[in-house]
Design a protein. Sequence first.
Length: 660
Amino acid sequence: MQRDGRTRAVIEGLTPQVDGGRFPVKRVVNEAVQVEADVFTDGHDALACRLRYRHEDESQWHEVAMSPLVNDRWRASFTVDRLGRWFYAVGAWVDHFLSWHHDLSRRVDAADIEIALQVGEELIDAAIARAAGGDADALLEFRTRIAGEAPLEERRRWALDPELERLMMRYPDRTMECHHEPLCVIVDRERARYSTWYELFPRSCTDTENAHGSFKQCQARLGDIAAMGFDILYLPPIHPIGRVKRKGPNNTLQATADDPGSPWAIGAREGGHKSVHPDLGSLDEFRDFVAAANAAGLELALDIAFQCAPDHPYVEQHPTWFRWRPDGTVQYAENPPKKYQDIYPFNFESEDWQALWQELESVFQFWIDQGVRVFRVDNPHTKPFPFWEWCIGELKRKHPDLIFLSEAFARPKIMNRLAKVGFTQSYTYFTWRNTKQELTAYMQQLNQPPVRDFFRPNFWPNTPDILPEYLQFGGRPAFMIRVVLAATLSASYGIYGPAYELLEREPREPGSEEYLNSEKYQVRAWDLERPESLHDFLTRINRIRRENPALQQNWSLDFHTVDNDELLCYSKHSEADGNTVVVVVNLDAYHRQSGWVELPLEALGLDANHPYQMHDLITGARFLWHGARNYVELDPHRVPAHIFRLLRHVRTERDFEYFF
């Protein structure tokens, strides 16, 4: 259907939007959504432009006037104050009152002014018909004064009165309004933006590697993990582990009767994805564990891996959900030359795909019913995008507080697509970005629209699958460097806990990123009292994050010049409270590095004529800096980084002394 040809406003380039509105943008509760658009028309008439927004549960739109910037760009914002889906759109129209008002202010000829006032009377009459209550009476009063017997200049002053403009803009003629199609925002809770993860194998909560740990034993660790400043405790799969083709220590093909197998080989005669490994405890004991974690200030994140061991009940009950080879066996998972004989992937092209989708969605729902609200999803890039869009969408409509972390180390477009279809947070390539150039380029990529509007990074310096080369050879300084980078570059980060805490760094073989004696295939009894533990350092870093809102978001990240490529400097700023943090990291795990840092004083709100204090939150030291260029020196064998809180109100050396 052809639109009304009298609709003259044009709306283009609306932001934020993802793929032309195909996917929603993301925000958290109480964040602002700043909307901009190019809005223009032919000729010289004035435009009115409104931003419309509403929550999915509301039937009526809220509106706010958009303000012109430059070059026909307009802007307005709204705040999302509750979870769920929000919608927003832009409307614009040629406003004849505003055009008349603008022209009247510039007219000088008396005859022209007289005729213009008569035109204004007609415009006010039309607005009176649209107005209600006292506003109609107020408009009528203006019309009477403009049409009265007072001198021409007095009547024009009434016509140009700001109160008349305010009233007229409350009741505009919008019959020729142009509308941009509504776009969507998914609003999550704050933990979607800012979270601190600790990964723990519950079977390793034991004093001896000959005994399998349990949920009850793990409860003893909850207080310490929370005290270190972590807020999400992530558990690998807790289900029964298959016995057929079970892997032994270090991924060997032959397992003994005592080998526990890999938790990702899910399912045995005791049950599948909706069951708990009997050595960990009962379902009631799991619920008690969830409650105990919550009481300690931790949320429990559960790993969901949609794959099966050969003896998973699904294999017998639903054979069409798997691929069968010509020899009558099920196709196991493989990524040649790697083979995973203990894992059967689902066949999402099965004729019975709808039942498969429904069953997998019910797995999430089962654990939601047990009190879980955070899920780390294993290898989501090996399952269809339409499935995730449907599954996560259905679950979040019922439970908008859910958080889904995508564990996909895949090609960038695949990782981006997973974020677009619904994953709340995403693993990243941070694990392999080591140099100043690599880190700077990657962070700039993540923090530019439109990527930042749908992709929330979660930085992990290690995982049970990944022991990066940097950690293998850099010793304690390398572990300190990487956790400082992860915790300050990204508002969300996590560690594979005991292994990182205790500086585990021996690979299975040279050139491998697999851990020797990997916890994926055997129980590990961790001695958490080892003197080399990073426990206290992790506690300090996490406390700094909690006490500085600047580190709880990503978009304000700004890199600063240092005349040494082994030193990386950046800052973050919180507009709400003025909190500013400046970080300088020595990327060299072996040698002392020094250089001159250059800070943009004006952008940081600093006066070039006055000193300012830099409070190192790691060591507690305080430095008085002057001007834009200041010297830093960092020894990685002591503390490889400064995390400075910037204090602006130091005016003299004597004021600085007061802080001591």
